[in-house]
Design a protein around this ligand. Structure first.
Ligand SMILES: [Zn+2]
Length: 336
């Protein structure tokens, strides 16, 4: 499992802050250092985008507080890490952290429920270091409809709300990046009409290979590429191959999604957003409703993903772009 250590490996999506809060509320301390750091280091990961994710049962009135709690515990963990964990708000911060051997975290919404429909709060979260705006999780909020996992009993879905339109404009003005993973199709196309800069889908695969609403159509992939965005490959099994087709897809199935995007638009628009859930399963029950598992068992197995890319003839330059440099290009153009 050897590959050049000079790859900048940066994951576009992981629910770190949610899990830090869950575990610290149960009394755990130094969660990053004891549970996550060994896994990240084994996979030679430089950093990740941590989502601010809220479970349904916190909505609506606990959304803001839980998001703030997640940011607070990240700072507690940073203190306890003795310099090995750092919150980054610019591409320069990330590169600097890499040079110093610190693990870089960029914060992003995964659903804007914490704003509670108040656009002013976006500026507050920006001031707290949040740089990404994932407009929705897989549910409706004040900004848009998510691509629901169970689209029954929810009424007719729509595109961006007036608040959602203003939110995209304000986020770009504040130099925050927009993330369209989880949004439904009408919302996706509304974002593409309004956003001026690159847009990412931090953890979404290809619908042509796995026909799930969480994945992107070929037209959506082309639209993201046309404006210079990035699509992060998601390792959660039902988004790699439909469970009705194959219950336990593997890394080769995941790399089929890379191949598909590269054939459509080239290697400049693929990233990683593995969204590993394995470490949450012991208590959260999250994912069980969709019978999910990860096709790689954590970041430590990223070398298997790299090996599969090498075997399919990807050059070190292309692999470097996929593992992190494509995302850095978007970060430079958005948060700076
Ligand atoms: Zn997600």
């Amino acid at each position: 499992m050897d590959y050049p250590s000079d790859y900048l490996i940066f994951g576009g999506h992981f629910d770190l802050a949610m899990d830090l809060l869950d575990r610290r509320e149960r009394g755990a301390r130094q969660v990053f250092s004891t549970i996550y750091e060994p896994d990240f280091r084994a996979g030679r990961v430089s950093g990740i985008v941590s989502a601010l994710f809220l479970h349904d049962h916190f909505l609506p009135e606990m959304a803001l507080r839980k998001a703030l709690d997640q940011i607070a515990v990240l700072h507690e963990e940073i203190e306890e890490s003795e310099g090995r964990l750092v919150l980054c708000t610019s591409t320069q911060d990330i590169l600097e952290a890499g040079r110093q051997g610190r693990f870089a975290v960029v914060l992003s919404f995964e659903g804007v429920e914490p704003l509670m429909g108040d656009l002013r709060l976006l500026r507050v979260f920006h001031a707290l270091g949040v740089r990404g705006v994932g407009l929705t999780w897989s549910r409706r909020n004040e900004a848009a409809d998510g691509s629901s996992f169970h689209p029954t009993g929810i009424g007719r879905e729509g595109g961006l709300s007036p608040f959602g339109v203003k939110l995209v404009e304000e986020a770009e003005r504040l130099k925050m990046f927009i993330d369209v993973s989880h949004i439904n199709d009408p919302g996706f196309w509304d974002v593409m009409e309004i956003a001026e800069g690159p847009v990412i889908a931090s953890h979404s695969n290809c619908r042509a290979l796995c026909d799930h609403p969480r994945n992107l159509t070929d037209d959506q992939i082309r639209a993201i590429a046309e404006r210079g965005g990035v699509i992060g490959m998601n390792a959660l099994s039902p988004f790699v191959v439909l469970p009705t087709v194959k219950s336990r897809p593997d890394v080769s199935d995941l790399v089929d999604h890379v191949d598909h995007i590269v054939r459509l638009v080239g290697a400049d628009f693929v990233g990683i957003g593995f969204d590993f859930d394995g470490s949450f399963e012991d208590y959260s029950g999250r994912g069980k409703a969709i019978e999910a598992s990860d096709v790689l068992s954590g970041h430590k197995e990223i070398p298997l993903f790299v090996k599969e890319l090498e075997q399919r003839g990807y050059s070190p330059k292309e692999i470097g772009k996929i593992l992190g440099l494509n995302l850095m290009r978007v970060f430079e153009k958005t948060m700076g």
